[in-house]
Write a protein that binds this ligand. Structure first.
Ligand SMILES: Cc1cc2nc3c(=O)[nH]c(=O)nc-3n(C[C@H](O)[C@H](O)[C@H](O)COP(=O)(O)OP(=O)(O)OC[C@H]3O[C@@H](n4cnc5c(N)ncnc54)[C@H](O)[C@@H]3O)c2cc1C
Length: 466
């Protein structure tokens, strides 16, 4: 319970208007964009919205002394319950920390506060001819601090990597209020442990990120998009493997299975041949439009070797946008198919992609549940959506078993529980299966060293025993 005295101190730090405590205000900070049951949503006792690192530091020092839980919150687009304040306490919202602190053209780096939206980072740099590649599908509303804390991926990961590949340095407020600087603009840096990467993907359990330095690359001048319709998942994946081996590294290679394609077809009233088992959207980019044309026809001829049924190469930005709109509409189309959806995020070695997609289809048949599968086939990241009605206990149980089997299938081929959404609440029960007891013990030792009172986002990544 947060005392009146403590509330007064917090108001003195950030200003009374930035401390929220009404039922309705706190309700707004009790959930995120994950697919978890309402019973796991939880209201904070207070929402505190600092504007500076000094304020974050003062809040943490107070909370740590009093043993009050603090859960960082970006824009709550997280898919695993990361920003839900499970233990109550303070929801520390970074929404006011939205400054672009420095743009360093010579070093090709940008330093930003955590509340800046991902797309704003991209747009700001693009206007100056530089490229920040990570593009989670949520980039219009996710914060860069949330991206760093989840090590977000995106469609361009196959060629450009994920958020962690661009984080050069961080300013982090530790549990006791200490302000730590990690990394920096030096490209080579092996001085001590790599603390920058430790806080990247830590889901707000090790510290509060208050500044982020990102490296940038030159913006590609040309891009082209292809849509390929295949009779089987295998022929689609074979085409992608051959393409990568031949040296064509696409900016994106997205795959949608038959259930996903037909969901979009119904949702958007499109006619798509029901015999199509996989749709692949490929984006290529580079310096030279002519070279891209050649790459596109190389991809087309490869796909023909693997029995592709339809090939569409975008002839204009408008046609490219039309192709991508199918992929972008997918989440809503799948969501409209059933009252509840559990969207998972496994990642497997690329060569295991078709076998795991088939296995998921078997699981779907075994439990008589619709499971739509799409993913970033270029990097082995699969998003199965288990559709059900959890108001029916039988459905809820079946979904639970099906998800269990999907995780087992991923781990059995050397894959992992999460490619980009993190562990949060939804996958913590499987952590030991994925990392082994020694792996979990090391994680807990790091947590103990940095947050001995366990106030930072308790209940995430693993369950906290009260
Ligand atoms: C439609 C949709 C599509 C999506 N597509 C993708 C995708 O393609 N790729 C992908 O990777 N993800 C995707 N996501 C998931 C989500 O957008 C990402 O995980 C994103 O990085 C979360 O950012 P956020 O600002 O919303 O963070 P939040 O959800 O607010 O928080 C996420 C976690 O980070 C912690 N956190 C937030 N800010 C800080 C900070 N400053 N310091 C310390 N900890 C902090 C929180 O405590 C929490 O644990 C998608 C989500 C949706 C709804």
């Amino acid at each position: 319970m947060i005392s009146t005295e403590m509330k007064k101190k917090l108001c003195a730090i950030v200003g009374a208007e930035y401390v929220l405590e009404s039922e309705i205000d706190c309700f707004g900070y009790s959930y995120d964009s994950s697919f978890i049951p309402l019973s796991l949503h939880n209201k904070p006792e207070l929402v505190v919205r600092p504007a500076t690192t000094a304020q974050v530091s003062a809040i943490m020092a107070l909370a740590n002394a009093a043993g009050i839980p603090v859960t960082a919150r970006g824009t709550a687009s997280g898919r695993t319950g990361g920003s839900i304040p499970l233990a109550g306490g303070i929801s520390l919202s970074l929404e006011r920390m939205t400054k672009i602190v420095e743009f360093d053209a010579k070093n090709m780096m940008i330093t930003v506060e955590p509340g800046v939206r991902t797309i704003e980072v991209y747009n700001f740099c693009a206007e100056k001819g530089l490229f920040y590649p990570p593009d989670p599908a949520s980039w219009k509303y996710s914060s860069i601090g949330g991206n760093v804390s989840e090590n977000a991926g995106g469609m361009r990961a196959v060629k450009y990597g994920v958020t962690s590949n661009y984080v050069m340095g961080l300013e982090v407020v530790l549990a006791d209020g200490t302000v730590l600087q990690t990394g920096g603009k030096a490209i080579k840096n092996v001085t001590g442990y790599n603390l920058t990467q430790l806080f990247t993907g830590a889901e707000g359990t090790l510290g509060i990120i208050t500044k982020i330095t990102l490296r940038l690359i030159p913006l590609p001048k040309a891009r082209n998009t292809l849509q390929l319709m295949f009779p089987s998942i295998e022929s689609a994946c074979d085409t992608i493997h051959e393409m990568l081996q031949s040296g064509v590294i696409p900016a994106a290679a997205e795959l949608m299975d038959q259930t996903s394609i037909q969901a979009v077809a119904r949702y958007r009233q499109l006619a798509i041949d029901p015999a199509i088992e996989a749709c692949v959207i490929i984006e290529i980019d580079g310096e030279d439009a002519e070279a891209l044309k050649k790459q596109a026809s190389r991809i087309e001829s490869l796909a023909r070797r693997f029995q592709v049924k339809e090939v569409q190469i975008a002839g204009s930005p408008k046609e490219a946008e039309d192709i991508w709109s199918i992929r972008r509409g997918l989440s809503s189309a799948i969501g409209a198919m059933a009252p509840n959806r559990f969207g998972e995020d496994i990642s497997v070695p690329r060569d295991a992609f078709p076998a795991v997609v088939r296995k998921i289809r078997d699981i779907s048949e075994q439990y008589k549940l619709t499971i739509a599968v799409y993913g970033h086939a270029g990097d082995g990241n699969i998003h199965p959506s288990v559709l059900c009605d959890i108001s029916r206990q039988e459905d809820a149980d079946k979904a639970h078993h099906a998800i269990n089997e999907i995780f087992t299938a991923a781990l059995s081929v050397g894959g992992t529980l999460s490619g980009e959404h993190g562990i949060g609440i939804t996958k913590r029960a499987y952590l030991e299966q994925a990392l082994g007891p020694a792996g979990v013990a090391v994680l807990k030792a790091i947590k103990q060293a940095l947050d001995p009172k366990g106030i930072l986002n308790p209940g995430k990544i693993w369950e906290t025993k009260e």
